[in-house]
Design a protein around this ligand. Sequence first.
Ligand SMILES: Cc1ncc(COP(=O)(O)O)c(C=O)c1O
Length: 369
Amino acid sequence: MNLDPCELSPSYVRSLAPYQPGKPISELAREMGLKEASIVKLASNENPRGVGPRTRAAMERALGEVARYPDGNGHELKVALSRRYGVDMAQVVLGNGSNDVLELVALAFLGPGRSAVYSQHAFAVYPLATQARGARGIAVPAKDFGHDLEAMARAVDDETYVVWVANPNNPTGTLAAADALEAFVRRVPERVIVVIDEAYNEYLPADLRADTVKWLKRHPNLVVTRTFSKAYGLAGLRVGYALAQPGVADVMNRVRQPFNVNSIALAAAAAALEDMEFVAQSYAANLQGLRQLREGATQLGLAFIPSYGNFLTVRVGKAQDIYKRLLKRGVIVRPVGGGYGLPEHLRVTVGTQAENERFLSALAASLKD
Ligand SMILES: Cc1ncc(COP(=O)(O)O)c(C=O)c1O
């Protein structure tokens, strides 16, 4: 008998369509024979301001200890987070990026015979994490590119254990208003875990931020996730977290790898959390950059989805063609056709002023090719 070992994997794993990350700079340089320094990457919603000096110093100090395993409990970072957000340390779950924390939710609460609800055009990891556990995904049609919370509440069925909400959402940049969101959390049965993924929370003006951490007291089924990858500028280190009631945090911690966050990331995140100035500057720079991209798109006669994140999703028509023309000009953005169902749009991350200019002029040229 000729056994294909691949067949030993459950069919729901074999049929997974892997996550498509933004094209790395080094890959484009190899493919096009370009110099890496000449390439602009605006494809993964990273922070163009890099790492703050205090955070860098903390990383350098941590380098001396890399021969040792990290603190598997992440004590220092948990203390800092619990102080900042007024929660108990037992309410914090640390992850290798917030992506890891989302996987922990799926691992702890999903499996065959269960379902999870998410929105059309929502972050790609929700359907992936759901399917990888053998659970059934329920994709709810979007409303004005954003989450249709009414329809999502109605879509919850007897098998639903998790509802995923990205706020703001990636790749659309849409935001659900705080009152509508809490009404939604109230409406979803308590036996269903509601994940509110706030990866872009720090890019919101204070008056638009939902008080989700306070809601944890009233809603034992709520999980709030955040990351150090965006406004804190630590995407390459991989560190994120979830806040939840202690019981929920406890089950998530049970399925966590013992040392899922590395020691440099732990030290950097604790330092970055205290560097409020860096985050405030990143917020201000992002507002300016978003304005620059919006104005540039408008001048080119292009529509875009109003964004509350550090990116703008622009309707360019034949997006795959424009994407390739931009690559030839050394500019990497993110197509959002395939996995995201937006074949006429491209998502561009807010870069530095010069990077945004470079993108806009490359886009103008690519539209004419
Ligand atoms: C909505 C959303 N959630 C979570 C993540 C995961 O980010 P990380 O794993 O770097 O924390 C991203 C990354 O782009 C995102 O857009």
